[in-house]
Design a protein around this ligand. Structure first.
Ligand SMILES: [Zn+2]
Length: 322
């Protein structure tokens, strides 16, 4: 019996799910450091839009054809296009929900819901301290492309926050590419990505985001002032991600040894200088709009160490001392 056949045999005997758990899942988590998330609640603010508009949503399917036939039979006329479109959409969504996502994707989806729930709990408490009420953002999980309140976006642009609809948009593939393209892996690194986007939402609620965007519009895209304001915004979102992690750990004891290094490593690997060096073999500091590796790791760490919102002013300091 070949190795592959043995595995097939096992699959048959113990069932697909168990097989996957033992042979694939274990291999997957072996080289991952894990946050402690057992039993954590799932956010109800996550919308799964992977099926809609995706490849799998197309076509009426057998069920659809039968329904069209039924309407035709009962009413004597073919359903109009809008009814058909609605049906196709409905059926498409159903298909998407029923289809089997990989174990990794199911796990990542659950992870996103848990981390988002953690940000809700932490920011609820932090806003209360400031005498304010936290309105949590929505999160849309999409695959390939998505239309947002800020226009259409593809996965290439990475996760983003749109203040027009107060939603964080994320393609799960991004986490996988973080691992393969920049070598940043581990679930705390992934949590940092989510917490950074939620950090932009916090900026939005505090009025910082709009003020900065207005300033950037006055400077004009591509100018030094524009890019520097963008860096200040991004570093503050990193700081807020750190503040979240500090309090999440206080509330739930979520961090384990190595988690912090993992996130700092991820922050360093999405610094402008690091990415430009990788892409062009040199750095162009005047075009930086997210901050250097050193800056991003420093602000994240500052949030993580202090957990203190009042230490996160990235707008007043001299640009060169950020
Ligand atoms: Zn950002």
């Amino acid at each position: 019996m070949s190795f592959a056949k043995i595995h097939l045999f096992f699959k048959k005997v113990i069932g697909n799910n168990t097989y996957f758990h033992i042979f694939v899942h274990q291999k997957h988590i072996k080289n991952r450091k894990t946050m402690k998330l057992d039993g954590r609640r799932l956010s109800t603010n996550v919308e799964d839009r992977r099926g809609k508009g995706g490849v799998k949503a197309g076509g009426l399917g057998l069920g659809g054809i039968i329904i069209v036939g039924l309407i035709w039979l009962l009413t004597g006329k073919a359903p109009d296009t809008s009814t058909l479109q609605q049906m196709t959409q409905g059926i498409g969504t159903e298909y998407a929900q029923e289809q089997d996502y990989s174990e990794v994707d199911v796990e990542l989806m659950q992870f996103c819901k848990q981390i988002l729930a953690g940000t809700e709990d932490v920011w609820n408490a932090e806003f209360k301290k400031m005498g304010m009420t936290y309105q949590p953002p929505k999160m849309v999980i999409f695959a390939g492309a998505v239309s947002s309140g800020c226009g259409n976006a593809s996965s290439d642009s990475g996760p983003f926050y749109c203040s027009a609809d107060q939603t964080v948009y994320l393609d799960l593939e991004f986490f996988k590419s973080m691992k393969s393209q920049i070598g940043a892996d581990g679930d705390f690194a992934y949590a940092y990505v989510i917490a950074h986007e939620v950090g932009h939402h916090v900026q939005y609620l505090l009025g910082t985001l709009d003020a900065a965007h207005q300033q950037m519009a006055e400077y004009g895209k591509g100018t030094k002032g524009y890019n520097q304001t963008s860096v200040r915004l991004e570093l503050q979102a990193d700081f807020y991600a750190g503040v979240w992690a500090y309090h999440d750990n206080q509330m739930f004891g979520s961090l384990e040894d190595g988690d912090i290094e993992e996130a700092l490593d991820a922050a360093a690997k999405i610094g402008d200088d690091y990415l430009q060096k990788q892409a062009y073999g040199k750095t162009m500091p005047e075009t930086f709009n997210h901050g250097t590796s050193e800056q991003r790791a420093r602000w994240l760490k500052k949030g993580l160490r202090t957990g203190d919102m009042s230490q996160g002013d990235t707008f007043s300091p001299n640009y060169n001392s950020l």
